[in-house]
Write a protein that binds this ligand. Structure first.
Ligand code: FAQ
Length: 311
């Protein structure tokens, strides 16, 4: 009976055990996971674009090899996440279709341009740093396949963050012009990085339910605050200033107080009106169209194999 199934589900969540693909789950739980995992997967795939633009312009062979590896990792993360979503009964082709038709979102952060090579470093340091803060707790998410995908992704994100920080450290030891490039990139990416954590808690419609289901383990504001606490000492060590006049250490709490992001900007970017939204979607669509023949060939090959096996 359904009440019994609901009770089992509730008990699994209450005991901090994992829900697995064959377990019964409420429709709302399944829908929330598909939404969040698909958005996450789309973010990884669209997120290849801003840095990918610099692969052909990397300043040395070493930097190029690192950047290639990072962007390839992002493709891999997208694929693990689409696989996790498939365990919920929605396949990658369908999710890609929803993205391309503008029915699903991807992270706001990838709608900003990468103007100089310092942006590659700052994306690694701040954007991957924010991703780690958000994703480490997701390793304990209540849905097994998502949590397990997150473990491997987080390991790779740590490498991404370190390569970014090391790149910036190298530039900071360089010329005045290089230091200016780093500061300029930090100024442009700081606030958008804080927006990655989503709207403030009192304007986050999904948080309460996702936290009750233990899909999310912390609120958007709590994770944003953790990111600031983690990042300010790193900025000091790097020798850059963060563009927030209200940022200061709170002696009582030992944490940092900081200013309010421009939430109207986040809303605009999510709705499609950021600096690069149109370009990102155009490229995503054309990559999908250019890949049609590969999908057709793979389908034809699979059909032939199946026919041979039947003989
Ligand atoms: N951008 O009620 P909430 C990466 C949407 S890291 C766009 O608070 P929720 C690594 C939200 O979906 C980036 N949309 O929602 C990398 C919802 O809309 P909906 C990806 C946003 O889900 C680094 C509505 O606003 N990471 O890719 C944003 O409880 C470098 C209301 O918001 C993840 O996806 C935003 N910033 O909390 C790759 C992590 N914020 O769906 C390449 C997993 C909110 O109702 C290079 N996701 N929205 O129509 C999460 O943790 C959550 O989904 C949040 C949002 C925290 C993003």
């Amino acid at each position: 009976p359904p009440e019994r199934l609901q009770e089992d589900f509730d008990a699994t969540i209450a005991h901090d055990q994992r829900i697995e693909p064959r377990d019964w789950m409420p429709d709302g739980y399944r829908g929330t996971l598909v939404r969040q995992i698909a958005q996450h997967a789309h973010s990884e795939i669209i997120g290849m674009q801003p840095e990918g633009e610099w692969i052909g312009r990397a300043p040395s062979l070493r930097r190029k090899a690192i950047l290639l590896a990072k962007v390839q990792d992002e493709a891999g993360h997208g694929l693990y996440l689409y696989s996790a979503a498939e365990t919920l009964g929605t396949d990658r082709a369908e999710l890609t279709q929803r993205l391309i038709e503008g029915r699903q979102k991807y992270s706001s952060i990838f709608n900003y341009p990468t103007l100089t090579f310092a942006d590659v470093g700052v994306i690694g340091w701040l954007v991957d740093g924010a991703a780690i803060c958000n994703q480490v707790p997701l390793c304990r998410s209540s849905y097994g396949p998502y949590a397990r995908a997150m473990v491997r992704i987080c390991k790779e994100e740590s490498f991404h963050q370190r390569q970014g920080y090391e790149l910036l450290m190298t530039m900071m030891r360089g010329t005045d012009a290089q230091r200016e490039m780093v500061q300029d990139a930090v100024d442009r990416w700081w606030w958008p990085s804080l927006m990655m954590f989503g709207p403030p808690d009192d304007a986050s419609p999904n948080s309460a339910r996702s936290m009750a289901w233990k899909i999310k383990r912390h609120s958007n504001d709590e994770l944003r605050r953790r990111f600031v606490d983690m990042t300010v000492p790193q900025a000091e060590k790097l020798g850059v200033t963060l563009p927030d006049p209200e940022l200061r250490r709170n002696e009582q709490s030992g944490r940092y107080d900081f200013g309010t992001p421009d939430w109207d900007e986040l809303t605009r970017v999510i709705k499609g009106d950021g600096p690069c939204n149109a370009e990102r979607m155009r490229r995503r669509r054309s990559a999908h169209e250019d890949g049609a023949w590969v999908r057709e060939a793979a389908t034809a090959h699979a059909a032939k194999q199946a026919a041979r096996a039947r003989k």
